[in-house]
Design a binder for this molecule. Structure first.
Ligand SMILES: [Zn+2]
Length: 270
C-alpha cells in the first residue's frame, strides 16, 4: 500500500512535469474509484488551465488550479506516473494530458483510490479531521504525551490514527515502537513523556529515511511507465515474527492489534 513516503516521492517525481503547463485533456476511463470520479467537473475545471501548485497532506496529494484543488489519494494500489505513451496498461483509469504531450496517468488495480474536486480544502470531509504532519513543526513527544492522557487505546492504534498524527502506517508503527522500546499493546495513556519523545523521534527518522530511499528510485519512476518501486527497507521487526530480535536474540512475537499484524520483542519492548 502506498504510504506517506511513497506519496511524498510521487509528489517530488511529478511536480516539475505538471506545474504551469496547459492542460489539454482529462480522460476518465473508469469513474468508479472509492468515490465516483466527477469526470465532467474535472474536464470543466482543468482543460485549458494549469496546475499552479502541488502539496501533500497526510497521504493526500492536493493539486491546485485557479484557487481550487484536485484531491488525489492512491488508495491500496494506486500509482501516478508521467508518460508520453499512447498505449494503455490494464487499470490505467485516468489521464491528465499537457500541452507538451506528457500525460499524468493514474493506475489503480483495486480502485480504492480517489480523484475528487474541491473549492475549499479547509473543510473538506477527507481533510478536516486530519492530525498534524509527522514531519511538521507541531509534531513531537510532548504533543503525543498531552493528547494521550487517560487514553486506554493501545499505543500502536493511537499513533496509527490519522486524527492524532497522519501517515504512520503499520510498518512504520511496528518499527518505531521497537526502536523506542515500547510494547505495541501498552495503553497510550500510560506511556511516559520520555518514551513519547523517543517514539516521535523514531517516527520522524523512519519516514525521512524512507523518503530518502524513494529519492533514489525517482529516476526510474518518472518518465518510464513502470510502477514506482516501493522502497525496500531495513526492517528490524516487521515481517520477522519467529526470527531472533537483532538486539537481544529473543524470538519476535506476532499479535494482531486492530486487525493489523504487530511484531515485537517481549524482552526489549516494555
Ligand atoms: Zn529484543
Amino acid at each position: 500500500m502506498p504510504e506517506l513516503p511513497e506519496v511524498e516521492t510521487t509528489l517530488r517525481g511529478i511536480e516539475s512535469h505538471i506545474l504551469n503547463k496547459k492542460i489539454t485533456s482529462v480522460i476518465v476511463r473508469q469513474p468508479s474509484l472509492r468515490w465516483p470520479v466527477p469526470a465532467s467537473q474535472l474536464k470543466q475545471k482543468l482543460v485549458n488551465k494549469t496546475f499552479s501548485g502541488i502539496k501533500r497532506r497526510g497521504k493526500y496529494l492536493l493539486l491546485e488550479s485557479s484557487g481550487e484543488f484536485l484531491i488525489i489519494h492512491l488508495g491500496m494500489s494506486g500509482s501516478l506516473r508521467i508518460t508520453q505513451e499512447i498505449d494503455l496498461k490494464k487499470h490505467d483509469h485516468i489521464d491528465i494530458a499537457f500541452e507538451d504531450k506528457s500525460i499524468l496517468r493514474y493506475c489503480d488495480p483495486r480502485r480504492f483510490g480517489c480523484f475528487l474536486w474541491t473549492e475549499n480544502i479547509d473543510n473538506h470531509f477527507l481533510l478536516e479531521n486530519l492530525g498534524p504532519e509527522p514531519l511538521g513543526n507541531s509534531f513531537n513527544g510532548e504533543y503525543l504525551f498531552k493528547l494521550s492522557r487517560k487514553r486506554k487505546t493501545p499505543i500502536k492504534n493511537f499513533i496509527m490514527n490519522s486524527k492524532n498524527v497522519v501517515g504512520v502506517g503499520n510498518i512504520y508503527a511496528n518499527e518505531a515502537l521497537f526502536r523506542a522500546k515500547i510494547r505495541p499493546t501498552k495503553h497510550a495513556g500510560r506511556v511516559s513523556l520520555k518514551s513519547y519523545e523517543e517514539l516521535s523521534k523514531e517516527i520522524v527518522l523512519i519516514l525521512k529515511k524512507s523518503i530518502d530511499k524513494g529519492g533514489t528510485t525517482l529516476r526510474d519512476f518518472v518518465g518510464s511507465d513502470n510502477k514506482p518501486g516501493y522502497f525496500k527497507q531495513q526492517l528490524e521487526v516487521y515481517g520477522r515474527q519467529g526470527e531472533e530480535c537483532k538486539i537481544c536474540s529473543s524470538i519476535l512475537k506476532n499479535i494482531t492489534i486492530g486487525q493489523r499484524s504487530s511484531v515485537f520483542c517481549s524482552k526489549c519492548q516494555k
